[in-house]
Design a binder for this molecule. Structure first.
Ligand code: ZN
Ligand code: ZN
Length: 333
């Protein structure tokens, strides 16, 4: 099969890979769409994503496709021809975190498209427990977004947001836009967004943003602050923008060496909650439901670019100078 292989730091090439025999509980999926995410850029540069990628490996953890073959011991009832999406994260099931029902913290985590081969290829091989059937009314392009949406769902479970709360979303990228759309549609009173780009004001307001503010000009304090950028400056601002009793969700992926400066007195005096949210445990079904229903989340208009496999290295290297909200790869193009 044809695959785009990460062969080293900032090195990728299209290779012809021999077919593998399926393991007992594995399912072989003919890929339709794969999303490209910020994590892929980190992995491309040799930084860790949800885990460390050790080249050679095929990236692609936001995947949709059609089942083409079942391993000899598959028991889930899935059939050849089923339209599916994939939860990329494979916890071990036996470590102390897995036993404590926190599989996202698993000590032996494997991930499709990170530690093992992913969807930037003609086919992907996935354990049956990670394969989710999708409704006919959900397009493959949208279904590939089940993983990022499931990360948002898990993150929102970490904070207690009421509709009378005021929310600041820090960052206007794809996930920032998903948060705005979802929370505004859920009836949250005020969903402000801070960014650097005044050209996006109309677009963000259309999604449901109440006010669009430059990162440097945040004056108000908020009940909930959702940081979706992952750099030190915006993370520090996220914390300082929380009002008394406020909750700060650290969602953006930082570089592991980054250190931020925040006031410990503020955390004490204002009773702040600062909460991390990592990947997507127990959230795939809800994500598929949200994507299918479309009343709270309409994701197709946010998928601004569609690439072929051949175009991906240039995109990951930052050589495509267009404003990209979210790019997907059409594996059949
Ligand atoms: Zn992702
Ligand atoms: Zn585990």
């Amino acid at each position: 099969m044809k695959a785009l292989v990460l062969t080293g730091t900032e090195q990728m090439e299209i290779q012809e890979i021999p077919d593998q025999p399926l393991k007992n509980n594995e399912i072989k999926i003919k890929m339709k769409y794969a999303g490209i995410c910020g994590t892929d850029k980190h992995l491309f540069k040799g930084l860790p994503g949800s885990a460390q990628a050790n080249p050679p490996v095929i990236l692609g953890h936001e995947n949709s496709g059609v089942i083409s073959e079942l391993g000899p011991n598959v028991k889930s009832g899935l059939q050849v021809g089923d339209r599916v999406t994939i939860d990329p994260n494979i916890p071990c099931g036996y470590c102390s975190y897995c036993h404590d029902n926190k599989p996202q913290l698993c000590e032996n985590m494997e991930a499709v498209g990170v530690t093992r081969d992913g969807g930037m290829a003609e086919y992907v091989y996935v354990p049956e427990t990670n394969v989710y059937k999708i409704p006919d009314s959900l397009s493959f392009k949208e279904a590939a977004m089940a993983e990022p949406v499931s990360c948002m769902i898990h993150a929102l479970k970490q904070v207690d947001i009421k509709t009378h709360h005021t929310v600041l979303v820090v960052g206007d990228g794809f996930l920032g836009q998903l948060y705005i759309q979802y929370l505004a549609n859920r009836g949250v009173k005020k969903v402000d967004v801070s960014n650097r780009n005044s050209k996006k004001i109309d677009q963000l307001k259309k999604l449901g943003a109440t006010n669009v503010i430059h990162h440097d000009e945040i004056k108000e304090k908020y009940d909930i602050v959702i940081e979706c950028v992952g750099v030190t400056k915006t993370q520090e601002r996220a914390v300082s923008s929380a009002r008394r009793g406020g909750q700060v969700l650290m969602f953006g992926v930082a570089n592991p060496d980054d250190v931020i400066q925040i006031s410990s007195y503020d955390i004490f005096f204002n009773e702040l909650t600062i909460k991390g949210a990592f990947i997507n445990p127990h959230s795939m079904n809800e994500a598929i439901q949200l994507l299918t229903n479309k009343s709270l989340l309409d994701i197709e208009p946010l998928l601004s670019h569609e690439f072929t496999l051949e175009e991906v290295p240039d995109f990951l290297a930052g050589n495509i100078n267009e404003k990209i909200t979210k790019a997907v790869i059409n594996l059949e193009a």
